[in-house]
Ligand binder design. Structure first.
Ligand code: NDP
Ligand code: 2IT
Length: 448
């Protein structure tokens, strides 16, 4: 969607100039701005309070050296990041990404998205994100531990249970959170809920592991039902085969859909009879191997090199759950040509602007990431609550709360899209609903 408003265009140009070499950050800001025009026309008070100028500038950005030693005694140096983006409605909250592609622009875009996402969850959480260009692939447990301890040795000065609460993201799961939590506790000499996604026997929440994927399907189910359809009997593509992808596949299958493809950064599997999720869990969660191993379990399935090809498989519903910009304009057009009617995002910003334009002009149901994948951080919020009251809730209790949160997120997106004259454009609805709550809190707290 093109931006026409002169004020927004000018601020976007200034933001681009101040953040050179950060295309993903500019992409995320541009998308949000493209939907805010009707809001700033109605809410001059928010413009006058300088909210937009402040919202494109993170409150604090921390960059640090992470030295560690591999199993052969060789020293390595990575770069660590924490962007404490916005604390208007609660402590900074957001994951830690460990992937060689990580740089300040990637972490800043993720932090920016997190602000609006966390606002949509209905829970009191600000937005932040962190990570490192460390590549966990092929590393031993000992090397992962050395890295995580070094990373936390610096990070622990900047976070806290009421200040900034990191969690998992790409490359950071229960193992990494465990090592980071141990190091925090050792240095600070306090046991507090400073990280979420912890193990179940030391303060983790039931259903956190499943939450992003389940939440994605809960949100998508609401969107489907509001438009007179359902998951039942639909053919679904799920990209990725990590935490989000696995539990999206599980819940979509429970809802009566058939997931026929999954992927990793090397290639994708196509199983026309429906993915055997037990095999995927064994390969990915237990053995930490590549998705092509799937053929050892299901010899009739196909494996293809390269990740883009997954979007050429005919489907009704696409659930991108791997990484940013994984669906470009060309892939979006192929999806539409093959009959895809729904794209709902488990990953953060998985669709390029050209892809989003294709969804909107082709009349697809489009569930944008900051609404559709908010179930993970929402359940992290529930983990924080449980840590604070020193109790643990049952799986059913957490799952029910998650389900209700996802319903309310869909309702907020739907209502905002209608109120601001773009009915059915849930991207606009999510941006607007997420923005207004944060913007009002910022205005109320003065120019800080
Ligand atoms: P995982 O590390 O568990 O899994 C990531 C998956 O995506 C892997 O299959 C990985 O393949 C694939 N992938 C990663 N980078 C690329 C790439 N550059 N190209 C192709 N495939 C890639 O991460 P998560 O499942 O936790 O995260 C997936 C997405 O969901 C991310 O965008 C994340 O920000 C988002 N998200 C995660 C939440 C969570 O709670 N974990 C919450 C909300 C959003 P390979 O193994 O080959 O690298
Ligand atoms: O992108 C995300 O929302 C996450 N990686 C989860 C963050 C969290 O704090 O649980």
């Amino acid at each position: 969607m093109a931006i026409k408003n002169a004020y927004l265009l000018d601020l976007l140009a200034r933001t681009e100039k101040r953040n050179p070499g950060e295309p993903e950050f500019i992409q995320a800001v541009t998308e949000v701005f493209s939907t805010l025009e009707p809001v700033i026309e109605k809410r001059q008070d928010l413009v006058d309070a300088g909210v937009l100028e402040r919202i494109v500038e993170p409150e604090r950005q921390i960059i640090f050296r992470v030295p560690w030693v591999d199993d052969n005694g060789k020293p390595h140096v990575n770069r660590g990041f924490r962007v404490q983006y916005n604390s208007a409605i609660g402590p900074y909250k957001g994951g830690i990404r460990l992937h060689p592609s990580v740089n300040i622009g990637i972490i800043k875009f993720l932090g920016f998205e997190q602000v609006f996402k966390n606002s949509l969850t209905t829970l009191p959480m600000g937005g932040g994100k962190g990570g490192s260009d460390f590549d966990p692939k092929g590393k031993s447990d000992n090397e992962i531990m050395n890295f995580c301890q070094s990373f936390m040795t610096e990070l622990c000065r900047h976070i806290g249970a009421d200040l900034d609460v990191p969690a998992g993201d790409i490359g950071t799961g229960a193992r990494e959170i465990g090592y980071m939590f141990g190091q925090y506790k050792r240095i600070r000499n306090e046991w507090v809920g400073v990280l979420t996604g912890k193990g179940l026997n030391y303060g983790g929440s039931l259903a956190r592991k499943e939450a992003t994927g389940y939440g994605l399907c809960y949100f998508t189910n609401e969107m489907l039902q509001a438009n007179g359809t359902s998951f039942e009997g639909k053919t679904v593509l799920v990209s990725g085969s990590g935490n989000v992808a696995i539990y999206a596949c599980e819940k979509a299958t429970e809802y009566g859909a058939k997931v026929v493809a999954m992927s990793d950064s090397n290639g994708y599997i196509y199983d026309k009879d429906g993915i055997d999720l037990k095999a995927v869990k064994q390969i990915k969660e237990v053995e930490r191997k590549r998705i092509k191993e799937y053929l050892n379990y299901r010899p009739n399935a196909e494996y293809h090199e390269g990740c883009k090809g997954i979007w050429t498989i005919p489907c009704d519903i696409a659930l991108p759950c791997a990484t940013q910009n994984e669906i470009d304009g060309e892939s979006a057009k192929i999806l539409v040509k093959n009959g895809c009617k729904v794209v709902s995002e488990g990953a953060n910003m998985p669709s390029t602007p050209e892809a989003i334009d294709t969804y909107l002009t082709s009349g697809l149901l489009y569930g944008p990431a900051k609404a559709a994948n908010a179930g993970g951080v929402a359940t992290s919020g529930l983990e924080m609550s449980q840590n604070s009251i020193r109790l643990s809730w049952s799986f059913e209790e957490v799952d029910e709360k998650l389900h209700n949160i996802m319903k309310s997120i869909f309702k907020a997106c739907d209502e905002a899209s209608k109120e601001y004259g773009m009915p059915g454009n849930y991207m606009a609805g999510a941006n607007i609903a997420g923005f207004i709550k944060v913007a009002e809190a910022m205005k109320a707290q003065g120019n800080v």
